[in-house]
Design a binder for this molecule. Structure first.
Ligand code: AP5
Length: 224
């Protein structure tokens, strides 16, 4: 496998961010999480952040053209030349089509779309206990993945908070948006033989091991 160009798919709270951080460490590839990029823009009060905030607070998706521009710019940058990990993009069929068009323009292919599968009840349990650090966006869970010191990020020592969109009614709306707008991507990538399913219901370490095993198998198959 010459390059690793990965998309992480899955409902809110399925563990895309948790596994994305591990993949980034394993493969030393740039990791583009659109939620993190947008939250940083909101924090910094940039034009992008001002546009995105109202959508994010409601649990709606930001308009396709806004987020497509953000990702296209990064995929064309030198740091992404050897591969990338996308978390939270694409999230609609037009976004997936835009990604395909950009990769074609760059003469590159997607390696796989990893779908981390968990059910709605598990999503609600996970997002209800999530704590996110204000600086680097590192993710913890009060029960399943607690930080060493309560309220403090293990990685950069910054404060841990509850995200604005992790309120119960916003979580429900984000799930509706996922089923309505993002789930069609499962068929989209399956049709292109790029979809790889991972059971996200296990512990973070077990899910990480499954993903590593899956990518190792794909590499072996490519060498055969
Ligand atoms: P975004 O930040 O991408 O939110 P999301 O997709 O809803 O995903 P989450 O970050 O909520 O969950 P995750 O799957 O990363 O789970 P995590 O690892 O944190 O997007 C936010 C908003 O930005 C959107 O609503 C939209 O408005 C906008 N946006 C972003 N991208 C967009 C796009 N492309 N187009 C339009 N709008 C866009 O894990 C969750 C919790 O569970 C954590 O506490 C974690 O510790 C715990 N956990 C993780 N794995 C496990 C496990 N295996 N077992 C037990 N607990 C676990």
């Amino acid at each position: 496998m010459s390059e690793l160009n990965l998309v992480l798919l899955g409902p809110p709270g399925s563990g895309k961010g948790t596994q994305g951080e591990r993949l980034q460490e394993d493969f030393r590839l740039p990791y583009y999480a659109t939620g993190d990029i947008l939250r940083a823009a909101v924090r910094d009060e940039t034009e992008l952040g001002k546009t995105a905030k109202e959508y994010m607070d409601r649990g709606d998706l930001v308009p396709d053209e806004v987020i497509i521009a953000v990702i296209v710019e990064r995929l064309g940058s030198p740091e992404a030349a050897d591969g990338f990990i996308l978390d939270g993009f694409p999230r609609t069929v037009p976004q997936a089509e835009a990604l395909d068009a950009e990769l074609e323009r760059l003469g590159r292919d997607l390696t796989a779309a990893l779908l981390i599968e968990v059910d709605n009840d598990e999503v609600v349990r996970r997002l209800g206990g999530r704590r996110t650090c204000v600086k680097g966006g590192h993710v913890f869970h009060v029960e399943f993945d607690p930080p060493k010191n309560e309220g403090v990020c293990d990685i950069d020592g910054s404060r841990l908070i509850v995200r604005d969109d992790d309120e119960p009614e916003v979580i429900r709306h984000r799930l509706e948006q996922y089923h309505d707008k993002t789930e069609p991507l499962i068929a989209y990538y399956d049709h292109r033989s790029l979809l790889r399913r991972v059971d996200g219901g296990m512990s973070p370490d077990e899910v990480g091991d499954r993903i590593r095993a899956l990518l190792a198998t794909m590499r072996m198959e490519e060498d055969i």
